[in-house]
Design a protein around this ligand. Structure first.
Ligand code: C2E
Ligand code: CA
Ligand code: CA
Length: 739
């Protein structure tokens, strides 16, 4: 600071001496005494305030100050004491000779201090010297704010809505004086392409004149392209300017034109153009400054947007296959979900496709060849895929497929199969043919209950199953299947609880001798007294029991419940020669404890072994013929009867019966249903009956529902029968009424 050097200067001169000294200065110097009275006023004072300098002597400075500035002025003069050589920035209004207020500020020409000198030397300078006019200041602020808004226009919109930001930015420039139209042009080869525009009124000149600016036709523009001029300010005059500019004036009434280049990475990348149509319109320094700053901001925004767009594109397009990436695919998927949700689409299918053994191929051929093969696969698939199928690459050799507008699972499978079949013809890698197959995990969605992530997870599970099955196949994620599994788990737990808690009981269905009308047997059929669903028949839970391994405990319950009833009746002297039939499933048969469980039940309830007949299905006997044979023999040794249940439905030949130690056969109701009309059923029933007779075993027909069926059976020689016609399965006490 220059004041530092003057700080120690002490004036040893009187005020008069000083006045003589300052008489030659061209500054508007005023010397004040310690009462702030004018001791001397320099001649230049008349230029600023209009007074004769001599007339001011003896007057108090404060009398000339604007009342509003008084306080601030006194304060700043007091502070002056401590500040040497610095202008007092404070602008004061001082009364001029013509009665108007002049804005001035104090500058000290000579370092001074009231304490040291007893007086003060001020230089008055017009305020304009200190800083730009108020108007310019305001203009600058307005422009600054405009540019801040302009720059932040781009922050409001995502990358793909850059043009909206551009529109907002352009509108900011339109706030400049005179402007009729603002337009932003981007250089594309030898042309300038309009990117944004804003028109102040509907009367703005038509843009078609410079709609597609050919740069060479626009000297104003091509000079910018040349790079030597930063901005072209062209007041379009009658004679001046290029042909293009003249046409703008003559045909579009443009009076002022400002073209400012946008440079990106040092290159001419476009320009901003201001046009004005008012007759006295001019574009001045304010315009140039504002548009230049705007151009810098827009150029930056363009560069950034283009980089971001490129990046976004890279993220959306897989460079290896040219297919979309999962990001691009996600959008399609979300859209499909949305359309389904709003009932705009009947459903869609989502498949995850994976090329079988691709890793082996990739390792054998190398990655470059592997990538090329993937590209070939992609183009094959794209060729097969219709317009409503979207393909994308998830990564590696996994592809994403979306079949849109697909109401049926079968259709989805068909469309996916078409894709996989498209890969069957050999591919060529390095001149050699390569055969490919692929697997797919397919999810069909008719509602939007699952989101994209969930769909992908399910498709992936299905794909894994396809791979486990050896590939070259489509596995379907069946929503119902999944639900079935979920509800099965619940049901399993409920069933378990029912078995342990006494919810399982045996109902008894009578078997009659049709000729004598005698009750010959009772079949125990499991019933589940379900707390919510009521009494459930065996068919609705036995398969589950068999799968979940609770069948052993369940079967034991039924066995002991029925034996309990038979034991009570026997003690009452009833049902003495009635056979008790109990169903045994394949899994139970394989349990080594079965024989013990059976003999325990018989012993516990006092029932002779010959009363009991265990029913086994044909198929359960076939699972492990040797093993079953041994076990059957052990059961036979106990003295219990053995029946082949559902005879005729399995694969056993009639002659197979001979090799088993069975005492009875039950003809499945499938062969009874169409009696007496069906010739083939008649033949089977008759043959079974004859064989049973030959083997000395009893033969019972199941599922007799009609009188015709009953009579048909009798006619064929089958006289033992069971069925709704003859009696439904009943609880013990109800069954007891038959005894
Ligand atoms: P199943 O051994 O063939 O038993 C006959 C089934 O046919 C029973 O169904 C019975 O209610 C039904 N039925 C009887 N007469 C007629 C008729 O005239 N018409 C028709 N349409 N059906 C008739 P349920 O009780 O649902 O049992 C189904 C199957 O479950 C049984 O077939 C049997 O294989 C198995 N099962 C039942 N209880 C047990 C059990 O305690 N243990 C084992 N392991 N399996 C059992
Ligand atoms: Ca049975
Ligand atoms: Ca049966």
């Amino acid at each position: 600071m220059n004041g530092a050097g003057r700080k120690d200067v002490t004036f040893k001169v009187s005020a008069q001496d000083l006045a003589a000294l300052l008489g030659h200065t061209s500054d508007a110097v005023v010397v004040l005494d310690d009462q702030l009275r004018v001791v001397f006023a320099g001649p230049a004072i008349s230029q600023i305030l209009g007074y004769d300098p001599g007339s001011l002597v003896g007057k108090e400075l404060l009398r000339f100050l604007h009342p509003d500035d008084l306080e601030a002025s006194v304060e700043s003069l007091a502070r002056w004491e401590h500040r040497h050589g610095e202008p007092l920035g404070q602008v004061q209004r001082i009364l001029a000779a013509d009665g108007t207020w002049r804005e001035v500020y104090y500058d000290n020409a000579v370092g001074s201090s009231i304490a040291a000198f007893g007086a003060m030397v001020l230089t008055l300078r017009p305020a304009e010297d200190l800083r730009p006019s108020w108007q310019d200041e305001r203009q600058r602020e307005v422009n600054e704010r405009r540019l801040v808004r302009l720059a932040s226009s781009f922050l409001h919109y995502p990358v793909d809505q850059f043009d909206r930001g551009l529109d907002d930015a352009v509108e900011e420039l339109a706030g400049l004086d005179w402007v009729t139209r603002v337009s932003v042009w981007r250089i594309d080869g030898s042309r300038a392409v309009l990117r944004a525009r804003w028109e102040a009124s509907v009367n703005a000149p038509p843009l078609r004149l410079h709609d597609r600016v050919r740069i060479e036709d626009w000297p104003e523009v091509s000079r910018l392209a040349g790079g030597d001029e930063i901005a072209v300010l062209s007041a379009v005059e009658a004679s001046g300017g290029s042909d293009a500019a003249r046409r703008l004036r003559d045909e579009a009434g443009v009076r002022a034109l400002l073209v400012v280049p946008m440079a990106a990475a040092g290159e001419f990348a476009g320009f901003i153009m201001l046009e004005a149509t008012a007759v006295d319109a001019t574009f001045g320094a304010v315009h140039v400054t504002a548009v230049r700053s705007a151009a810098a901001i827009l150029a930056e925004a363009f560069v950034r947007n283009e980089a971001e767009t490129r990046l976004a594109e890279q993220v959306r397009i897989d460079p290896v296959t040219g297919l979309g990436t999962r990001w691009a695919f996600d959008e399609v998927l979300v859209e499909s979900l949305d359309r389904v949700e709003r009932s705009r689409s009947p459903g869609f299918a989502f498949a995850l496709v994976d090329i079988d053994r691709f890793r082996l191929i990739n390792n054998a051929l190398g990655h470059t060849a592997g990538d090329r093969l993937l590209a070939d696969v992609a183009s094959r698939l794209s060729g097969v895929a219709g317009p409503r199928t979207t393909l994308a690459r998830l990564g590696g050799d996994k592809l994403l497929v979306l079949h849109d507008d697909e109401p049926a699972l079968s259709g989805a499978i068909g469309r996916t199969q078409d894709l996989l079949d498209g890969l069957r013809a050999p591919f060529e890698v390095g001149g050699d043919p390569v055969m490919l197959t692929a697997s797919a995990g397919l999810v069909h969605a008719v509602d939007a209950t699952a989101d994209a992530v969930e769909l992908l997870r399910r498709a992936d599970l299905a794909l894994r199953r396809a791979k486990e099955h050896g590939g070259d196949t489509i596995e379907v994620d069946d929503e119902q299947l999944r639900e079935r599994v979920a509800s099965r788990l619940h049901r399993e737990a409920d069933l378990r609880a029912a078995i342990d808690g006494g919810g399982i009981e045996a109902h008894l269905q009578p078997e009659w001798d049709l000729r004598t009308g005698r009750l010959v047997a009772a079949e125990a059929l499991a019933r589940w007294r379900h707390p919510v669903e009521g009494l459930l028949e065996a068919g609705s839970f036995i398969p589950l029991a068999e799968e979940s391994r609770v069948i052993g405990d369940l079967g034991l319950r039924v066995l002991r419940d029925a034996c309990g009833a038979f034991g009570r009746w026997r003690r009452q002297g009833r049902a003495l020669d009635l056979t008790l039939r109990v169903n045994i499933s394949a899994r139970q048969l394989r349990n080594d404890d079965l024989a013990d469980q059976v003999s325990d039940a018989l012993a516990d309830f006092g029932i002779p072994a010959s009363t009991l007949c265990l029913e086994l299905t044909e198929s359960s006997l076939l699972i492990d013929p040797e093993g079953s044979l041994t076990r059957l023999e052990r059961l036979r040794e106990l003295g219990v009867g053995l029946a082949v249940d559902d005879f005729g439905t399995g694969y056993a030949s009639l002659l197979y019966l001979k090799r088993l130690p069975v005492t009875a056969v039950k003809i499945d109701r499938a062969f009874v249903r169409d009696l007496p009309d069906s010739m083939s059923d008649r033949a089977i029933v008759q043959a079974t009956m004859q064989l049973a007779a030959a083997l000395g075993i009893t033969c019972t027909a199941e599922g007799v529902e009609t009188v015709e069926q009953r009579d048909g059976l009798l006619e064929l020689g089958v006289h033992r029968a069971q069925g709704y016609l003859l009696g439904r399965p009943e609880p013990h006490d109800r069954f007891a009424t038959l005894l």
